[in-house]
Design a protein around this ligand. Structure first.
Ligand code: BGC
Length: 451
């Protein structure tokens, strides 16, 4: 376990370059490419703690005198960025001195997911090819073709399984529809060699799981897709990969559990972790316990007017602190990224409760020194499995510890206005935490704060 964590951390520190570097002005999204690279420009983990970036001046917020545009703002889970190119929206990320993003390291997680699937195939090579045709076929559930994290995960799977093809200097992340004959141009047939024998690996099908109303990462759509796919080429499906557990579990319950087809997701939601005992292949923890803490902690620090690293890289007076193996801070991107851990049959028992707060940051802040403040926070889609079953319960545990009174607003996952309509009176709040429907839409929120 320890060794795994260590090597994972190393991989992150190397791989972070991509997430970390807006090298040469052109901001790269946190998911661009999956390879560990050379050009480590700025400030990963270790520099996070020396960040004297922009301590809050708005510590008098309780008075209600602070303009909305100057109040602390954290974007989380959906990083302001161009949904076609992935380019970070730096205007939104640096909206004011107390603006940050909290997410996780998409490249490192994607690489872990891809490796987990590949290693599973290798370890189970004798039984994995269900119809014995020498082709290991997999299907892939894609969350949102315009979401950095989703794109990274699609690339991670294709890279690890050898099915990736390049497009514009990066791995093509387009869905292929169906590709049972191997003719799709967005992927190629890969190969895996085990015990002197070479197997073809084919992406038989992939699709963005978006419902007719426009909600992405849609679990029900994934359940329907596996129904369609399995009825026409079920014998060829040997592995299922999904950009998240919500969709993965839907496919598992609809088909793959009964057919003993290993299914791999992402998020380490409690139900998915429990399903590992029943044949779910594995998942990735994106350390939601760390992200949820960071989401509220940066607001707390800004409201208190203390160094932003307090209780993060630097212990606070209660003793809360995060170690470098669970997060990195990229100053140039004003972004905190939690690090990922693979959850498989070997270690899943350590991850059974995804809503449990992270012990190193579990100590109550003193209400005298950190008086209650009001936070407006939205979840883009109240029925997103990860956000509703893992992230929000964690936020609700941390808000008490941090003396924050948070109003939780659940969106419909389809329209930004469904959420922004409920930010009618920002003057009532001391700080804001925003999870956009679409990563391009930061201005819909900042416009309201600018009024
Ligand atoms: C999660 C998904 C979730 C998405 C929503 C991702 O980080 O892994 O499960 O649906 O965020 O934005």
């Amino acid at each position: 376990m320890k060794r795994k964590l260590f090597s994972m951390t190393m991989a992150v520190i190397m791989g972070l370059s991509l997430a970390a570097c807006g090298s040469g002005g052109d901001q790269k999204p946190a998911d661009e490419g999956n390879t560990a690279v050379e050009d480590k420009t700025d400030a990963p983990s270790d520099e996070g703690s020396s960040d004297e970036s922009t301590p809050a001046e708005s510590d008098d917020s309780a008075s209600g005198e602070v303009a909305n545009k100057d109040k602390p703002l954290v974007w989380f889970n959906r990083q302001p960025s161009n949904s076609s190119t992935g380019e970070l929206d730096m205007a939104a990320l640096s909206f004011n001195n107390n603006t940050y993003y909290v997410g996780f390291d998409a490249n490192q997680g994607a690489e872990l997911q891809g490796t987990m699937v590949k290693e599973y195939i290798e370890a189970n090579i004798d039984s994995i090819d269900r119809n014995g045709d020498g082709v290991i076929g997999y299907v892939l559930a894609i969350g949102d073709i315009g979401h950095n994290d989703s794109i990274a995960r699609t690339r991670g799977i294709r890279k690890a399984l050898g099915t990736a093809v390049e497009k514009d200097g990066d791995i093509n992340s387009d869905p292929v529809g169906t590709n049972t004959d191997g003719s799709a141009s967005a992927v190629q047939d890969g190969s895996i060699e085990v015990g002197g024998k070479t197997y073809v690996v084919r992406e038989l099908a992939s699709q963005e799981m978006k419902n007719s109303a426009g909600a992405t990462w849609d679990a029900a759509t994934a359940g329907n897709a596996i129904g369609t796919w399995s009825s026409s080429f079920g014998d060829s499906i040997d592995v299922i990969a999904s950009n998240n557990d919500g969709m993965g579990m839907s496919m598992f319950n609809a088909w793959s559990k009964d057919n003993n087809v290993p299914t791999f997701g992402y998020d380490a939601n409690s139900d998915a972790v429990a399903a590992i005992a029943e044949g779910y292949g594995g998942t990735i923890s994106q350390h939601a316990d760390v992200q949820a803490y960071l989401t509220l902690r940066v607001l707390r620090n800004a409201l208190d007017g203390v160094d932003i690293d307090t209780g993060i890289g630097t212990a606070d007076e209660a003793g809360n602190t995060l170690s470098e193996d669970v997060f990195v801070y990229n100053e140039e991107q004003r972004s905190y990224y939690a690090l990922n851990v693979a959850v498989t049959s070997e270690n899943y028992k350590d991850f059974t409760d995804s809503t449990k707060i992270y012990e190193p940051v579990s100590k109550q802040l003193d209400a005298g020194a950190h008086p209650s403040k009001k936070v407006w926070l939205n979840i883009y889609n109240a029925s997103d499995n990860f956000l509703s079953s893992t992230y929000q319960p964690l936020l609700q545990n941390y808000d008490d510890i941090l003396n924050l009174e948070v109003d939780y607003i659940g969106g419909d996952g389809q329209t930004e206005s469904n959420i922004t309509n409920r930010l009618g009176n920002p003057g009532q709040y001391d700080a804001f935490a925003i999870n956009m429907v679409k990563t391009d839409n930061a201005a819909s929120y900042t416009a309201l704060l600018n009024q």
